[in-house]
Design a protein around this ligand. Structure first.
Ligand code: SF4
Ligand code: SF4
Length: 410
């Protein structure tokens, strides 16, 4: 499963507040954050209503990526959310989400996708919808354009995942000519931004051994940087993001085994042990390598002044190093995850705790149920590097907010 890009505007829902905080001397803005943030946090904890939802809209996917932590679920069971159920679930919300993150599987393989997004737009159920795609769906450009012509309220963001240059990407994703198709769609998206003000797009690259530390024989350039240069200069991609691959086994800490998610990377093919050795061992960077790549990215200028991404990558690294809770995670209070089976979990790193069928599709009722309260009690000490839950929680972390508003890099 690929992750959608986190957006700066999600941090300061009111741009004016951000503007004022930045104008104030640090000492004053810090005092204000100290005073106001605990109240903000209390409000979201006492009035549970998600601001971000991750929606696995289908279990189907046409790719077979080596780093897919969702691979056990893919295409096994014929499961995808239908429009009727989606409408019931999202109609139960009382206020608009900041962002609805639509993922899977490959979201564009769910034929209900466009009608569902148009429904979200019609009833103003989310300010932003971010769809993560592998970008290798035939006629993706036409489908996105058709949607854009109908949207009146929602900001649509499409995040396309790319794992390397042509050869690496296609070998990794197991789709022939997939890189070229994804690049064609990115070029189309580039043109759409001239016509549709509520549209943005980006790419996300998983930091994997095959691309992040592999040097080109001739000039010693990292393939990761060759890809980034190509995307920025030749294709005109305005924003590039990065994720560390997720294993569950190596990047989630202090979650009791009985509620730890079953997701994870599959055993490597033809591996006799089928337990200890996972594909992660082939693709995942070690903690030291992660630090090296973070430093390189930081120095290279590819991250520009993207303070949020830089800090998130650094915090992920710190969590891997210390196995400690660095940011107070609010998963289940401000965000949640919905699966095609209608199961709901507080986060992707833990198992679902309830099913929407038992709550008549009322998501708010489910998130305020005794089961949800019990689950959040268990997850109030754990720690993990999940980029979305981490970013969402950083928006309520006093220490981080002080850093963010006093940062000169923005
Ligand atoms: S595109 Fe790749 S990572 Fe995403 S769901 Fe499909 S197989 Fe998994
Ligand atoms: S830290 Fe948050 S996202 Fe990670 S396992 Fe715990 S509750 Fe889930």
């Amino acid at each position: 499963m690929d992750m959608s890009r986190y957006n700066l505007s999600d941090y300061a829902s009111r741009k004016k507040i951000e503007y004022i905080l930045r104008k104030l001397p640090n000492i004053i803005s810090n005092i204000l954050i100290d005073l106001v943030n605990p109240i903000r946090k209390k409000i979201v904890i006492n009035n549970i209503h998600p601001k971000w939802i991750t929606l696995f809209i289908t279990n189907f996917c046409s790719a077979r990526c080596e780093h897919c932590f969702y691979s056990k679920e893919l295409n096994n069971k014929v499961e995808e959310l239908n429009l009727e159920n989606l409408k019931k679930i999202f109609s139960s919300l009382k206020k608009p989400l900041n962002t609805l993150r639509v993922t899977g599987g490959e979201p564009f393989l769910n034929k209900n996708l466009e009608n569902f997004i148009i429904f979200i737009d019609q009833y103003k159920l989310s300010k932003k919808v971010s769809i993560t795609t592998h970008g290798m769906i035939p006629k993706l450009d036409e489908r996105v354009k058709n949607m854009l012509q109908k949207l009146k309220y929602v900001h649509l963001h499409i995040g396309v995942s790319l794992d390397g240059l042509n050869e690496t990407h296609d070998a990794f994703r197991k789709i022939k000519n997939g890189f070229n198709l994804a690049i064609k769609h990115l070029s189309d998206f580039r043109n759409f931004t001239d016509h549709y003000k509520r549209f943005t797009f980006s790419t996300t690259t998983s930091l994997i051994r095959k691309i992040s530390i592999k040097k080109n024989k001739d000039d010693e350039t990292l393939e990761l940087f060759e890809l980034l240069k190509y995307l920025k200069k030749e294709v005109g991609v305005p924003s590039v993001g990065f994720d560390h691959i997720r294993t569950i086994k190596d990047d989630v800490f202090n979650v009791p085994n009985e509620i730890l998610s079953d997701f994870g990377l599959p055993p490597k093919k033809n591996d006799a042990t089928k337990i200890k050795h996972t594909r992660a061992d082939d693709v995942q960077l070690s903690i030291n390598e992660i630090e090296e790549v973070n430093n390189e990215l930081n120095k290279s200028g590819f991250l520009g002044n993207d303070y949020l991404t830089i800090r998130r990558l650094e915090i992920e690294h710190e969590i891997l190093n210390t196995k400690k809770r660095i940011v107070d995670c609010l998963a289940g209070y401000i965000d949640c995850v919905i699966y095609p089976s209608l199961d709901v979990s507080v986060c992707e790193s833990t198992k679902p705790f309830a099913n929407l069928n038992s709550f008549n599709f009322n998501l708010l009722k489910l998130l305020n149920s005794d089961d949800a309260i019990e689950r959040r009690k268990i997850t109030n000490k754990c720690s993990c590097t999940h980029p979305c839950h981490l970013s969402d929680s950083m928006a309520y972390d006093t220490k981080f907010l002080k850093e963010y508003f006093s940062s000169k890099r923005l």
